[in-house]
Write a protein that binds this ligand. Sequence first.
Ligand code: GLC
Ligand code: CA
Length: 564
Amino acid sequence: MHRTWWKESIVYQIYPRSFYDSNGDGIGDLRGIIQKLDYLKDLGIDVVWLCPVYKSPNDDNGYDVSDYRDIMDEFGTLADWQDLLDGLHERGIKLIMDLVVNHTSDEHPWFVEARKSKGNPYRDYYIWRPGRDGKEPNNWASHFSGSAWQYDETTGEYYMHLFTKKQPDLNWENPKVRAEVYDLMRWWLDKGIDGFRMDVINMISKVPGFPDVPVRSSDRYQMDNRYFINGPRLLEFLDEMKREVLSKHDILTVGETPSVTPQIAIDFTNEETGALSMVFQFQHMDIDADPSAENSRFSIKPWSLLDLKRTMTGWQKDLENAGWNSIYLMNHDQPRAVSRFGDDREYRTESAKMLATFTLMLQGTPYIYQGEEIGMTNVAFETIEDYRDVETLNWYREQMNHGADAGDLLKVIHVKSRDNARTPLQWDDSPNAGFTGGTPWIKVNPNYTSINVRNALADPDSVFYFYKKLLQLRKQNPVAVYGTYDLILEGHEKIYAFTRTLEGDRWLVILNFTRDETVFTLPENISYARANLLVANFQVDSAEDIRSFSLRPYEARVYHLIGS
Ligand code: GLC
Ligand code: CA
């Protein structure tokens, strides 16, 4: 396997609005990030992925771009951005930018022009269709509730928007659109950035003719990915992007690709034939969702460790020597990892460390989302008024219109809303968690008085220092990056254990994913002369025989197996 820096890197995701506010307006900003660079350096990460900071009316917090070559006012200026890039590079940290080009804002000049008349030169930058019997051109639902089409009075036609109606989809069939995208990518690369995270990049090619999707529910609009995900021209577009732009730079590219299968991920990430370094797959984000629900994003199903193992092992083995994985347990669109896969109360610290071990010990490039490194948890606001996320609010409104009970909806929101990840980073126990001197754009999680960066830095046993240790371990040992993954104890319902092997090096990772004590027994066929403990989240007696022993709640251990 080819060795490269982006396989060996650990990426830290920043959601700027919620990271740190430098000027007291309640909104995180670029100067705020600059003030915290030494914190990131101390943690030991290699790359920052910065969520969108471009000019935007913020219908979807920056994922609706109105100018790709400028910074939104709340976040600062291009000069601030340059200082951020320089500050990162001085510390040996790379920067990847979010590339949001499935759609623009409806306030982007291209769309402002496009909607003026059917003959406008920018008309074909977007996807327009006449109505059908006085209704939308087809029955597609938008990801954020309602139809995927919006009627536009001026010309009497509808435009497509897979997300909000302020996020019209670009028409990638138009070569001019593609040329514009390559141009703006070059513009940022020329400034010295180190790569891109590509927002919903596998939605850029739609099935021609936009047929109705099969009706599965009583809803007027139906969500069915097959008509706009992994579409017929997707690979062709990405190949072109590779030829025109990506192949000319040594960069990290990660595609956000919902509903991707391992086979398609290999098409994207194969070293010779693929266009991207890696993709974000979503299978493990679906193990607690009910696929038959009208909106599975807001459904709840207990997840099972066997499902998680099956999913992750599938990705580990299928991409082995064929592509490259990204590893994540959360991001700005997902609930907090410790609340979802661990225990955010009694065993918060232990389970956050266990999940850290899991993330850092799999094969693939690990991503840490801001606050994950101190074990931040989900939030449970008591009223919908405290929520800000457009997806959450639209869903709530739609369900209320259908006569749902507000309390029931809030229960689901507490578990699944994207705002769980978006409450401000908890820096200390001063008002508003030290995030802002003003009123935060979204309330802080009330548990900031105990869970915060200052406490983490003062406690040698904190989740933060555990991450730091794992990061160093991974960086110093190629087996942690390149080693082959092999699952053991496949049918165990509480323990997730696997080995990593590279040439003569063999590591054993043992994780108790439950709050129960449970016995670990090493399979007979694994032999060794000596087992050296590399890292653990409990005190471990180094003389203990690891052939069989009892694991404490959420216990995690990594051993180096030496000999035979
Ligand atoms: C991606 C982003 C999400 C955004 C959506 C539309 O899924 O991660 O935050 O709402 O795309 O751009
Ligand atoms: Ca600010």
